[in-house]
Design a protein around this ligand. Structure first.
Ligand code: ZN
Ligand code: ZN
Length: 272
């Protein structure tokens, strides 16, 4: 039986004779059902008209995204370390070319995902590379295709290896997580942020929302909490969730000033 994939958010569901009646991720207030209504595809169908491409941002950090754009349109990141590669965030399309390329780069030792909008076809990726998926347990209810590869973690941080640490920031989702890699930016460290810290269109600022498509802001308390979670970490670059959303320098200062700007705006200060 096919495993249907929601065309609006890219989430893959367990095998079923007919498509699910609804996508629970898209029905929730942070996502949306498009005007055309709920539609579904499968991995086989997706492979016919789509392919993945790669971009090396810096040594050890490769973006992987689907062309033409599918569903939310995020790209994943392959973080390469001597101890093994981490796939950060996930995309729906996995094909033989992608597996061959990633195997050539040493495979994937673990998958970690910022939040449920990017869970997509994570189980396909975990099976292809025989690796675990680390998800924060606060978002357990949003796993649509349960699998033994999924390992839920609790608490505020999870250290993987070689300076790779998952940091729970909350905000957009209760278990919203970013990845801090001490070896990135030539040892000055990077944060892979998904849309937990969203790199704004100008690539000079970050923003933070409960829902991006439906314009639901976060509270000052939630945004302050994101800053608190990242307080112990220094970092130079921030890699957002689209290919072109990168803040190359002064990432920590950008986070601090972006939090201050956000709070000033929602509290009506400083001319807002
Ligand atoms: Zn959906
Ligand atoms: Zn999201």
């Amino acid at each position: 039986m096919p495993l249907f994939i929601c065309t609006a958010c890219g989430t893959q569901y367990p095998d079923s004779a007919a498509p699910p009646a609804q996508c629970l991720i898209c029905e929730e207030e942070r996502q949306y059902v498009p005007p055309r209504g709920q539609t579904w595809t499968t991995l086989d169908a997706l492979r016919i008209g789509h392919a993945n491409n790669c971009r090396e941002y810096e040594t050890g950090l490769i973006g992987i995204g689907t062309q033409p754009q599918f569903a939310i349109g995020q790209r994943a990141l392959l973080v390469r370390t001597p101890g093994g590669n981490v796939l950060w965030d996930c995309i729906s399309l996995l094909d033989t070319a992608t597996v061959t390329v990633i195997e050539g780069l040493g495979g994937i030792k673990a998958i970690a995902i910022s939040h449920p909008h990017f869970y997509t076809a994570m189980v396909e990726w975990a099976h292809a590379f025989d690796c675990p998926i680390h998800l924060h347990s606060a978002d357990k209810q949003w796993v649509m295709r349960p699998d033994a590869a999924i390992k839920h973690w609790d608490g505020e941080t999870l250290e993987l290896w070689d300076g790779v640490t998952l940091v729970r920031c909350g905000g957009h989702f209760e278990g919203g997580t970013v990845l801090h890699w001490a070896g990135g930016a030539q040892g000055r460290s990077v944060v892979c942020s998904g849309d937990i810290l969203t790199v704004a269109t100008d690539r000079k600022w970050l923003s933070f929302m409960r829902s991006y498509p439906n314009f639901i802001p976060l509270s000052a308390r939630a945004v302050t909490g994101i800053g608190e979670a990242l307080k112990p970490f220094a970092f130079e670059a921030i890699y957002g969730h689209y290919f072109d959303r990168v803040i190359a320098r002064h990432g920590k200062q950008v986070l601090e000033s972006s939090i201050a700007r956000y709070i000033a705006a929602i509290e009506g200060k400083r001319g807002y």
